[in-house]
Design a protein. Structure first.
Ligand SMILES: NC(=O)c1ccc[n+]([C@@H]2O[C@H](COP(=O)([O-])OP(=O)(O)OC[C@H]3O[C@@H](n4cnc5c(N)ncnc54)[C@H](O)[C@@H]3O)[C@@H](O)[C@H]2O)c1
Length: 370
């Protein structure tokens, strides 16, 4: 199979769909890879490294899209990429189609086989291609929170770990899933006093076991959240209700009662945020202050660390790339129920029910089409 890797064109997107190690593995398996020049540059992966791994470097995105049997990307295509769609092209990337009817329409009209990272499932029914970005964002949340707690960045001037004789900062994490556990690891590692709040008691049991009592686990309710928020130096939002907007668990009143100079990092902002005063921000202007509390609400936090994020993402996506290449898309879709779940558009049919529902469109089960 000829696999194409274009350079990402979405604003502030510095990741790349396949790394040089992936190119080498694909070449070893008898496939060919074409990479647009400078595709990996912002992730610190040079054309030369791709070339040494066996890729052919081409000068334009148009050439990659035109020649490749399968295009492997990171973000959903934007307007300038849509003219490259064509019948039978396999596109493997994040698609997030539900809120983008135009893109859905174009994929259908051009009969593209669109396989979305975000809906591929593993044997446990979880979403393996979302997990790595939550790991990155969870770990980053403490790093950025610690930085905004510094006086000169608007924070109350608290060192996360304290020092002997001075207590550490209090970190409160709402949501003990992938983001939450990764935030907790880093916060504990930096010596903070950590509490984690979740609605799932079994998850709290697991966290208590994993951290061996080094953090406090709290059952989620508005009373507990209000109390914890008022005490927090750093409040991290990592709640998710799959498929739904995040619930506003921290109200405006609770934020008003927080310490002046405390910091909020609402990681769940990509789902609307779980803190009422949070609104989406970008890497160019990541934080603002409301009620004296610093708010950091960047919707694509992993974009700040593209080298790590690219490697983390491609570690997870690559086995699927290899399977699609080795077996061919039809056989891979037939044999792997996880890949099948990832197929959102198939040769003119919409094949993912949640996208169809949100756009009020008909859909077909891909199993009946392959
Ligand atoms: N901003 C970014 O750049 C970025 C990056 C990655 C992930 N995210 C987002 O972070 C959020 C969390 O992702 P995740 O992978 O950790 O999800 P997850 O499913 O692993 O964890 C979510 C947790 O929230 C808990 N929860 C649900 N309702 C709750 C409530 N009422 N009170 C307390 N806890 C509750 C669940 O029990 C679960 O443990 C998602 O919205 C995800 O999209 C954002």
């Amino acid at each position: 199979m000829l696999i194409g890797v274009p350079k990402e064109v979405k604003d502030h997107e510095a990741r790349v769909g396949v790394v040089p190690a992936g190119v080498k593995a694909l070449m070893d398996a008898g496939h060919k890879v074409i990479v647009e020049t400078k595709a990996g540059e912002l992730s610190s992966m040079t054309d030369n490294e791709y070339k040494q791994a066996g890729a052919e470097i081409v000068g334009s995105a148009a050439e990659v899209w035109k020649r490749a049997d399968m295009v492997v990307k990171v973000k959903e295509p934007i307007a300038q990429e849509i003219p490259y769609f064509r019948d039978g092209l396999v596109l493997f990337t994040y698609l997030h189609l539900a809120p983008i009817p135009d893109l859905t329409e174009q994929l259908l009209k051009n009969k593209v086989i669109g396989i979305a990272y975000e809906t591929v499932t593993d044997r446990n029914g979880t979403l393996p291609l979302l997990t790595p970005m939550s790991e990155v964002a969870g770990r980053m949340s403490v790093q950025v929170g610690a930085s905004y707690l510094e006086h000169e960045r608007g924070g109350r001037g608290v060192l996360l770990g304290g020092v002997p004789g001075v207590p550490p900062a209090k970190v409160v994490i709402i949501g003990g899933g992938v983001v939450g556990i990764n935030a907790a690891k880093i916060a504990l590692g930096m010596g903070a006093d950590v509490a984690i709040i979740d609605i799932n008691l079994n998850r709290l049991r697991e966290l208590d076991d994993i951290f061996n009592g080094h953090l406090r686990t709290l059952a989620s309710n508005s009373y507990t959240i209000a109390k914890a928020a008022a005490e927090a130096d750093l409040l991290i939002g990592g709640v998710l209700i799959p498929g739904a907007s995040a619930p506003k668990l921290v109200t405006r009143e609770m934020v008003k009662n927080m310490k002046k100079g405390a910091v909020i990092v609402d990681v769940a902002i990509d789902q609307g945020g779980c803190i009422e005063t949070a609104r989406p921000t970008t890497h160019s202007n990541p934080a603002y202050i409301e009620y004296g509390v610093v708010h950091y609400c960047v919707t694509n936090m992993p974009g700040a660390v593209p080298h790590t994020s690219t490697l983390a993402l491609t570690n997870a996506t690559f086995p699927y790339v290899m399977k699609l290449a080795n077996q061919g898309p039809m056989a891979a879709i037939k044999s792997d129920s996880g890949i099948r779940e990832g197929v959102n558009t198939f040769k003119g049919s919409l094949t993912y029910s949640a996208v169809a529902q949100s756009q009020n469109k008909p859909w077909r089960n891909v199993a009946e089409l392959v």
